[in-house]
Design a protein around this ligand. Structure first.
Ligand SMILES: Nc1ncnc2c1ncn2[C@@H]1O[C@H](COP(=O)(O)OP(=O)(O)OP(=O)(O)O)[C@@H](O)[C@H]1O
Ligand SMILES: [Mg+2]
Length: 291
């Protein structure tokens, strides 16, 4: 299926503008203004921004669910206006809706059938996806009884059912606890290692930092910052050292050496664990022993 030449971006958006009319009020909402971005095949791109900044609207236009007022969008070189652009794409919407009387396994099988899978292939793919998103044990429970995090995982499995080259995930870890979101993060990295391209939106900036190669920051429909993560987050003109067993004397010496060379020691402090690591260590330790 992988026939697109590698120099063609997985996603190309040019000068996108979206104005939503507000009926009866003679007003309009400008959701996007002159948005452009490109995503290289095999990379993970994070679209960030405050509530209402236009993230979901961008994804919906890309998927052909909403029509742009002006500008163009393409997936692997095919315009979003063509059905063919969506053949190799999986989508996790912001608020996924599932039939609550189906079990998790039946839900995945349902989407698999829509994508043309049948018989033993469908059965194997369903089991594989349930395992991939950590829902094997809950697979025969009704989706109506699932927690928010479990629903999010079923949504991810559904998006991957036809093994698409591009995954578009609107807030994949919304409502998921730290252990669950770490699994989702690992899954995204696993998919990237298999050559998939991923476009995601999120409000969880640390997680974005861990998985994304590039990020774009939207504000009021404008792209206000865009670039590779290293460049966006690197502090220019500073170098960080982590030294083990540095006595107060050694620290003083380092500071005066730096000063004598026209440099300045800005901070000397104990490195901190992030709260997520502390949380995971504490909750792992509290788990009842198996048997
Ligand atoms: N169908 C619609 N009709 C009218 N206005 C809309 C519609 N969809 C979105 N908007 C408006 O467009 C703007 C961008 O919305 P969008 O859902 O893209 O934001 P977002 O960045 O995804 O926000 P969030 O972080 O809350 O998910 C908002 O002002 C929103 O009210
Ligand atoms: Mg949104």
């Amino acid at each position: 299926m992988e026939t697109t030449p590698s120099h063609i971006p997985a996603v190309r958006i040019r000068d996108l503008e979206k104005i939503f009319p507000v009926p009866l009020r003679r007003r309009q909402v400008v959701a996007l203004r002159g948005l452009s971005l490109e995503i290289a095949p095999g990379s993970v791109y994070g679209l960030l921004g405050p509530n209402g900044s236009g993230k979901s609207t961008t994804l919906k236009i890309l998927l052909g669910l909403v029509t742009a007022t002006s500008g163009t969008s393409e997936i692997f070189g095919v315009s979003s206006s063509r059905v063919a652009s969506r053949v190799d794409v999986g989508f996790l919407p912001e608020n996924p809706y599932f039939y609550k009387f189906l079990t998790g396994a039946e839900t995945i099988a349902f989407y698999g059938k829509l994508c043309g899978l049948t018989g033993s292939k469908l059965k194997a793919r369903t089991a594989e996806l349930l395992d991939l998103v950590g829902l094997t044990e809950a697979g025969d429970r009704r989706v109506g009884s699932y927690s928010k995090g479990m629903l999010q995982r079923i949504g991810l499995a559904q998006a991957m059912v036809h093994d698409p080259r591009l995954l578009i995930l609107d807030e994949p870890t919304a409502g998921v606890d730290p252990a669950g979101s770490r699994q989702i993060r690992d899954l995204i990295l696993q998919l990237k290692a298999r050559g998939k391209t991923i476009l995601l939106t999120s409000h969880l900036l640390e997680q974005v930092q861990e998985v994304c190669d590039r990020v774009g920051i939207l504000a009021k429909g404008h792209m206000v910052r865009e670039g590779s993560l290293d460049i966006l987050t690197g502090v220019s003109g500073q170098t960080e050292f982590i030294i083990e067993n540095a006595s107060p004397d050694l620290q003083k010496e380092i500071a005066s050496l730096a000063a004598s060379r026209g440099a300045r020691l800005v901070t000397a402090r104990q490195p901190q664990l992030d709260l997520e690591t502390v949380f995971l260590q504490a909750t792992e330790a509290a788990k009842p022993p198996v048997n």
